[in-house]
Design a protein around this ligand. Sequence first.
Ligand code: ASP
Length: 346
Amino acid sequence: MLDYNASVLLIYTGGTIGMIEDAETGALKSFNFNYLTEFVPELKRLKFKIDSIQFKIPIDSSDMNPEKWKKLVWIIEDNYEKYDGFVILHGTDTMAYSASALSFMLENLNKPVILTGSQLPIGKIRTDGKENLITALEIAVDKNANGKAFVTEVCVFFQNILMRGNRTTKINAANFRAFNSFNFPILAEAGTQIRYQHELMHRPLKNSTPKFHNLLDTNVTIIKLFPGISPQILNAMIAIPGLKAIVLETYGAGNAPTEKWFLEIIAEAVKNGIIVVNVTQCASGSVDMSRYESGRALKEIGVLSGYDITTEAAVAKLMFLFGLGLDRKEVKMYMKMSLVGEITIE
Ligand code: ASP
């Protein structure tokens, strides 16, 4: 049910969606967001209130970083009571990382926070941006008959599907279906009507109030395995001063080389207190370190299973947990649990 007294805060960070083509050069440039309705006149026909706020300098999402995530949290915290929902316009390149980070930083949400963007600028006739923007806005104010929001988590809405933010991955640099949620079903589909999977929605704890976290610890890295990875490379990476955690992107069901040098270096990292989380390079499926000898060896030296978590969510979760000031033992404990539906533990 759309609530016509509702209001949404539209937060524009940058990305393709907010661009137009320079008439002379054909190059893409950001437009002044205050003129959004010139490009999307349909917005005037939406019956609810839309306010907007924008980053002073719109960014390509390749420039997104933890400082800017904190800024987004701060904007939402500051405006939380005033709006029924929030839509964040964001470049697609790092949207899955931002959605993951915000899912941890915005705890106990009871309102929707929807990230969306587009593959073609809003100023292009064939843009996918209008559709994404308009439906994301509608989802942001959608409520049940008791006035409760249907969506109470951080989501990505793209080409008709609403996904849990921390389950998304960008899968295509050109196609309008730019995101997928491989390991978790979609939360809603927009056709002639928006059909929600209410039972799948993450809900805030009973009697809880939202908590806004803005401390992140960036002493985290990703190591992607590839045939030919050398001791020099691995040693250099684990020697990074201050490093607290590694997201180790392994093969298949969580497999890695069984060579002695490899296991010794990883074991050394674990011994030095670095948390190593095993995440698969496969788009879909889960880590199971007991399936193959090559996975079992990792388990024995103290590597944690990331189960079916995405790399994006694993990195964000580690930054968040260390940002809370937790010690290594606590971080390990929370990495084995689902905090906001980011992981399926079998
Ligand atoms: N490079 C752009 C960005 O991520 C791509 C996009 O918006 O789709 O900001």
